[in-house]
Design a protein around this ligand. Structure first.
Ligand code: ATP
Ligand code: MG
Ligand code: MG
Length: 353
């Protein structure tokens, strides 16, 4: 069997490796800073755990391999400007926006998009980093170093944030997980719940939207679509051409998780329409120290990424899956984490069926 190389050696790469191992696949996440000569073979396959990367000795070797799946798609989606242009071209609803150019002014922005505008840097933003609010009430101006490097988006007063994770095979076959309800605090994902019967009414619309995009890009593998739900409408917030944090619950709650389906897709193996086991929820561990006492909580599944703990940094996640809703709620009651976790735990309690 050939080797599946993953550009990037963070938690997503580690979980892709974990998912590929029982299939007998040799999955090798690559630290982009490594200076080693990679023993790439012609029939190996390359995928990525991140949507963009600097040019290094390692990324140069991987990105010149003939079997780098979706290679041309990454720059299209990694740049928010071209990503938004794809959405407009395919007539997919998204938050109203315009490119921030050298001659853009805040006055014109307020005139076009309204009094609250979120600027997002075109490249490199994640976990809410690389964002800047323009507020007409405060007469915020566009800082010079944002001109030419950002898009401006209308502030959306959404009812809630939901996401869809789907997988597409080489033959165009597509499968989707049920919609996931997500809580972001200060731009970072704190918690997810899926499935939720009340979201079923948006499932086919969401599948149609993400499916259209995956087909247009002839995409192979897992892709995630983050949406704002505004009444009965779905507006696409952003797309991720990779496995996604809001799909981590599938490790506990689906017969085939997002990581395994991605590995299957890029290596050309049959995909699995995931059977959903029960009610799942996921809690991200952000800037908190590892505490093995968590393992005493019934049904808790711990993923610790072995990263240095820093404020605001994702260092692990907890998955729960059970048909017993009372058991899920009592697990939440036992989880004692610092602020803002009480808010996230209250949100989970409110949104569990
Ligand atoms: P990720 O870690 O998901 O990649 P990111 O840094 O790429 O995050 P976005 O997903 O674009 O950033 O934004 C982060 C969060 O900020 C969103 O989940 C949402 O809560 C809020 N947000 C983003 N865009 C808007 C908007 N137009 N109006 C209101 N809130 C927004
Ligand atoms: Mg993002
Ligand atoms: Mg996002």
């Amino acid at each position: 069997m050939s080797t599946l190389w993953v550009l990037g050696a963070g938690q997503l790469g580690a979980m892709l490796k974990q998912a590929g191992t029982p299939l007998g696949l040799d999955v090798r996440p690559v630290d982009i800073e490594t200076t080693e000569e990679l023993p790439l073979q012609a029939d190996d396959i390359v995928t990525a755990e991140r949507e963009e990367w600097p040019e290094t000795a390692a990324t140069k070797q991987l990105a010149t391999h003939a079997n780098f799946v979706n290679l041309s798609t990454f720059p299209q989606l990694a740049d928010r400007l071209t990503q938004k242009q794809w959405l407009d071209r395919l007539d997919l609803a998204t938050a109203p926006w315009f490119p921030v150019e050298e001659n853009s002014t805040a006055a014109k922005a307020y005139q076009t998009l309204g009094p609250r505008i979120l600027m997002k840097r075109r490249r490199g933003g994640y976990d809410g980093k690389g964002q800047y609010w323009l507020k007409q009430a405060e007469n915020t101006e566009i800082p010079t170093d944002w001109k030419g490097h950002a898009i401006a988006e209308q502030a959306i007063n959404f009812d809630e944030e939901i996401s869809l994770v789907g997988v597409r095979g080489k033959d165009g076959q597509k499968y989707f997980y049920p919609l996931t309800l997500n809580l972001h605090i200060n731009g970072i994902l704190y918690a997810s719940i899926s499935p939720l019967a009340r979201l079923d009414q948006y499932q086919s619309k969401a599948e149609e939207m993400l499916g259209k995009l995956m087909d247009a890009l002839d995409y192979v593998g897992v892709m995630a679509m983050e949406c704002f739900r505004v009444g009965n409408d779905l507006l696409i917030n952003e797309l991720a051409p990779r496995v996604h944090n809001s799909g981590h619950w599938t490790q506990a709650g689906a017969s085939t998780c997002q990581f395994e389906n991605h590995v299957r897709a890029v290596t050309g193996l049959p995909l699995a329409p995931a059977e959903i086991k029960s009610q799942s929820m996921m809690v991200n561990l952000i800037g908190v120290d590892l505490d093995y006492q968590w393992l005493k909580i019934k049904g808790l599944e711990l993923y610790w990424y072995q990263k240095e703990v820093r404020t605001g940094r994702k260092v692990g996640h907890l998955n729960f899956c059970s048909a017993d809703l009372a058991a899920l709620k009592s697990a939440l009651a036992e989880l004692t984490l610092p602020a803002p976790y009480p808010e996230a735990i209250a949100w989970l309690n409110e949104n569990l069926p």
